[in-house]
Every structure is written in structure tokens, then in C-alpha cells.
Design a protein around this ligand. Structure first.
Ligand SMILES: [Zn+2]
Length: 83
């Protein structure tokens, strides 16, 4: 496991996903985001699903990402990290 403190956590990634998709992240955060996706299958899948949702909806809205779904994902990460 990479312990670099600059590495983005899954939780942080989930929280930044809308900014990422809106290209609102700073270049440094954008890079950390992409580095995380490159090595984390969970988050890669998560981004793929959100992209599909946005494609279906036509645009990114508050409703595009269900708060409930986001909470469920964070719970999965918590369980996963602690196991
Ligand atoms: Zn991740």
C-alpha cells in the first residue's frame, strides 16, 4: 500500500468528483484525482457510473448523483478499508 500523504483517499475522491467532472479542480488536485483512478478499481467504476448517469441525463445536476448512492459508496469504502 502506498502511504504517500499526498495520495488522495477514496473518500476525498468521492467528495471531489463533481468538481473533477466540471473541471473545477486545481491542476494539482486534478492530477492526484487521476492518479487515484489509475490505481483504484472502486473509484474508476464509480466515475464510470457517474459519467453514464450524466450522459443519460444530458448534464451534471445535483440530481445526477444521488446523495443516498454516495453515502452507500462511502460506507462500502469504510467497510473495505477496515477489513
Ligand atoms: Zn479509490
Amino acid at each position: 500500500m502506498n502511504t504517500n500523504p499526498n495520495d488522495m483517499s477514496c473518500k476525498e475522491l468521492v467528495e471531489l468528483v463533481t468538481d473533477y467532472l466540471e473541471r473545477a479542480l486545481s491542476p494539482a488536485d486534478h492530477q492526484r484525482f487521476e492518479e487515484h483512478i489509475a490505481k483504484c478499481d472502486w473509484c474508476k467504476l464509480y466515475i464510470d457510473q457517474i459519467r453514464l448517469t450524466i450522459k443519460a441525463a444530458g448534464k451534471l445536476t445535483e440530481d445526477s448523483i444521488e446523495p443516498h448512492a454516495k453515502e452507500e459508496l462511502l460506507e462500502v469504502f469504510r467497510t473495505w478499508k477496515n477489513s
